[in-house]
Design a protein around this ligand. Sequence first.
Ligand code: CTP
Ligand code: MG
Length: 253
Amino acid sequence: MRTAPELRTAAILTAAGSGARLGHALPKALVPVAGDPIVLHAARRLCASRFDDRPIESLVVSAPAGHVEGFVRLLDGLPVRVTVVAGGPSRQASVAAALAAVPDDVDVVLVHDAARPFAPPALIERVVAAVAAGHEAVVPGLAVTDTIKRVGPTDDGGPAEGWPVLGTVDRATLRAVQTPQGFTRALLARAHAAAADDAADESLAASDDAGLVERLGLPVWVVPGDDDAAKITTRRDLAIAELTVDPSFPTER
Ligand code: CTP
Ligand code: MG
């Protein structure tokens, strides 16, 4: 791998989900916040990030099937090379499809959820800096503020909503993990290849890429996350995003 000042970074922006829990007529990535689609906000912030004064080399976006051409038009004019691919049946499959389109000449790959459209450049830069410092898999994480209980099924197999408490988890050792997550390209490719058989089944597929590295038994490093990188899952999250969007962030492409 090249050393820090020459590292080439690409970003995968995975945006192929339907947004079932949001319940909007449009796929979630196309739902507007402050007048622009969610995926465009996320793409702008990836493009505005600088790593030793260099921007990302390339942005690969996974789109819902049937929306590839629309995404190409929507993202036209961004200041980096943009490739749009059709996503797959799980997040993991959509990231794998995008990874296959990442140019060969890249050392570091960021994987970002379009559903976290306001992840700020400072966070994105922090993740890449940790990879450049030698951590091959890096995730942003936030301390957990709720008290977390472990629960489990009763012997007679009652519904999950009614399971009893088994214990209280030590909150100090928990992190709520966000994206973008950063990897050396080689490790990300290896982790996805090892788990490829699970990608078609949403119940087996990993919900984040670091999880695939963990399955290999390899270390994942945590850097501080950011409240602005919150995920939009529900209508409530969308309303909060609308209220908390930074109106001064540049919106030209
Ligand atoms: N994603 C994807 N391909 C899929 C499923 C999800 O690229 N087959 C992406 C989403 O577009 C999103 C990110 O993975 O940017 C996180 O997923 P999530 O928040 O669960 O989004 P959706 O799957 O779209 O929402 P829902 O689960 O409510 O349908
Ligand atoms: Mg989902």
